[in-house]
Design a protein around this ligand. Structure first.
Ligand code: PLP
Length: 449
């Protein structure tokens, strides 16, 4: 068959996907894969859920599209209600888009407009952190601090301030939990003060850093401290929950683990579990009030924002999540998975760190566990782990660049929240087999501790 698709990798050969059910996918050759990362931490409720297909089908047959400037729809109103119910207290308003980058881009513009509404038009900058990822469109990439992904586009990016990441395994201040005073949180304040608080509209943070660090949770006290700093300087706190939202970490949203209420939550992925392109910005009554009592407008949006079919998919997915108690399942199965990953860490010399929350976990690989020295970039360890596991029928999500934006090898293990313990055993066995094979390939590695 002739193939005219311009793929991300021009050298790769991609198997053709055929179908999915639960935590498994099959390609057209009949090979089965355990989806160990829910695609890209998307398929939270698993594959092939009939109730979602039926809901989409019903909506498609009624009406597929109506523009957001002309109509609202039943599914859209229901979805906003379901999301507001899941969100922290006082976060009752939802603006809809079609994905994560659109959502972070929207939050950035909403923060800017919020301060225009409040008569502070100088406030536009967004403080983000190095080794973060907020999306690939130019605004979202300007906030993202992943050097590897920014590099080629650097001349086109907006010059936003960046603070250090909260990354305890490689603490930028060389601290340990025993002697740490959350210097990483203080660095957010430093970034706001040096940019001039009168110029700063928002701080954006992933509560558990996803693809740029590989499932690194914020240390306790960090988000509370950043919340206080934002309040002190009249700056909005945006929680980027594109990966962490809707039960992935064992709570509705990542911020819930620390009982922090941000001003906006950005979400996508798990909102529709991959059944339709869907993203959203959830905002507080307070932010909403500024628009309502101000111009009465938020003049920003995309053609497919609020699409009724995507909304119907979102409603069916969130109802499934609720009816099957999958947020708790993520917490419980996450504990089981983490115990297995810790055993792997003990037995595999290339595993430097395992971390995560709920079913959002990561494994970082190092060439020397004592010094935490990363493998040379040219060894391509992340890719090697990903492709050996893939050949054995396990899909893992690569997160390279964790050490400094370029060096550092990590994969994320984040299966659908419907996974069973026996399937976690199968997943762990394939990871172990994969790492043994790679350790045997890298000379000297098996002797190190
Ligand atoms: N924000 C975070 C934390 C993400 O992990 C991602 C994607 O992985 C995005 C934003 C961008 O989302 P999308 O790829 O749907 O545009």
């Amino acid at each position: 068959m002739k193939d005219h698709v311009f793929y991300a990798s021009l050298k790769a050969t991609y198997p053709v996907i055929d179908r999915g059910e639960g935590v498994y996918l099959w390609d057209t050759s009949g090979k089965r894969y355990l989806d160990g990362c829910s695609g890209a931490l998307v398929a939270n409720i698993g594959h092939g859920v009939k109730e979602v297909a039926d809901a989409i089908d019903r909506q498609l047959r009624r009406v597929a599209f109506a523009h957001r400037s002309q109509f609202t729809s039943g599914p859209l109103i229901s979805l906003a209600e379901l999301i507001a119910e899941m969100a922290p207290p006082g976060m009752n308003w939802v603006n809809f888009v079609s994905g994560g980058s659109e959502a972070t881009e929207t939050a950035m513009k909403m923060a800017r407009e919020y301060y225009i509404e409040r008569g502070k038009p100088a406030k536009y900058q967004v403080v983000a952190r190095w080794q973060s990822y907020h999306g690939n469109s130019i605004g979202a990439l300007s906030m993202s601090g992943h050097i590897g992904r920014r590099r080629r586009y650097a001349p086109m990016l907006v010059d936003f301030p960046h603070a250090v990441p909260a990354y305890c395994y490689r603490c930028p201040f060389d601290k340990r939990p025993e002697n740490c005073a959350l210097e990483c949180a203080a660095d957010i304040e430093r970034a706001i003060v040096s940019a001039g608080p009168e110029n700063v509209a928002a701080v954006i943070i992933e509560p558990v850093v996803g693809s740029s660090l590989g499932a690194v949770p914020a240390p306790d006290g960090y988000l509370q401290a950043v919340r206080d700093t934002c309040t002190k300087y009249d700056v909005l706190l945006i929680a980027d929950e594109v990966m962490t939202g809707f039960g992935r970490t064992g709570a509705n949203f990542g911020v819930d683990h620390w009982k922090v209420v941000p001003d906006m939550i950005v979400c996508a992925k798990g909102a529709s579990g991959g059944y339709a392109p869907l993203g959203a910005v959830v905002l507080t009554d307070e932010v909403h009030r500024a628009f309502r009592e101000g111009s009465g407008k938020f003049a920003h949006g995309f053609t497919y924002g609020g699409n009724p079919v995507a909304a119907a998919a979102g409603v069916a997915v969130l109802e499934y999540l609720k009816n099957h108690d999958l947020v708790n399942a993520s917490l419980e199965r996450g504990r089981y998975l983490m115990a297995g990953l810790k055993r792997l860490q003990e037995s595999c010399s290339m595993v430097g760190d395992v971390r995560g929350m709920g079913l959002m976990t990561g494994i970082e690989f190092v060439s020397d566990r004592r010094t935490k020295e990363p493998f040379p970039v040219k060894s391509g360890v992340t890719d090697m782990v990903k492709s050996v596991a893939f050949s054995k029928g396990l899909i893992l999500y690569p997160a390279p660049g964790c050490a400094d934006g370029v060096r550092g090898d990590t994969v994320m293990v984040a299966p659908p929240l419907v996974i069973k313990d026996s399937e976690i055993d199968e997943l762990l066995a394939i990871i172990e087999e994969t790492l043994r094979e790679i350790e045997a390939r890298v000379p000297g590695l098996e002797k190190r501790t």
